[in-house]
Design a protein around this ligand. Sequence first.
Ligand code: MG
Length: 306
Amino acid sequence: MKKGLDVRICEVGPRDGLQNEQQPINTETKVAWINQLVDTGLPYIELTSFVHPKWIPALSDAREVVRGVRKKQNVTFGALVPNERGLERALEAGIDEIAISLSVSETHNRKNLNQSIEQTCSILMKVINEAKSAGKSIRGYLSMVFGCPYEGKVEIEQISSLSYRLLEMGVEEISLGDTIGIATPNQVEEVLKQVSNQVPITRIALHPHDTSGTALANTFAAYKVGVRAFDGSVGGLGGCPYAPGATGNVATEDLVYMFEGMGVDTGVQLEKVTQCALWIQSKLKRHLPSHRLQMALAQQKKGGVK
Ligand code: MG
């Protein structure tokens, strides 16, 4: 964690947000937007995914985005990498940190990646080893942690053992994803308490989605049990691939507002990050779900304070 911060906010909008947006965004606009994000105080920005362009055409400009963004000290630039070919491209583009992803649900993993969890682990092991040899740190995402559209409830034992496995494989931080946004605070607390018996809580992050409106409550529950890293996307960009039209990731500015209001230092400037949300909303031409953003818009209309 960056020194001095009480919690670390990880911005995943350019990757997790934009990959789920219907409206295509050109490379120039992405770079201009990320350059604004760089100046907000965010310690981590996930720029893109080096997945095969055939799977996610919206992120086929991964290399150009990574190369185009203005780098800044104290900001870690990450990218999702699914395999060795992706890693090669990510390293070539000059990424700081590698993110990998795995589902805790066997059915979802097979549907999403066309592989069993075991097969994915063996591919990721190679990616991690090579990334480490290149001096890169690794962030790991576990998806469907709080429920899966195919399997329903996921056994906590499965979540704990895969978290531990990622740790053993060399992952520095494990981000637990509420991919379909169905978690509730008591469940978050219970899962995290059990997972932290196997993995230090300081190595765990929460990746909340606001599909059911519980993202901030879940964030608070995780904070109370000791989690100090949270993923968000500016404007609440993105969606849920399993629920068309549903809300996406928790909005970064809503996270920042809540923590700063609690006296918890995020290092992120609320005003600046809200401006980034306004800017990307104007490019996407759709109403983004972020609360702080909608408040800023309402105030602008009234001609009042931004
Ligand atoms: Mg997400």
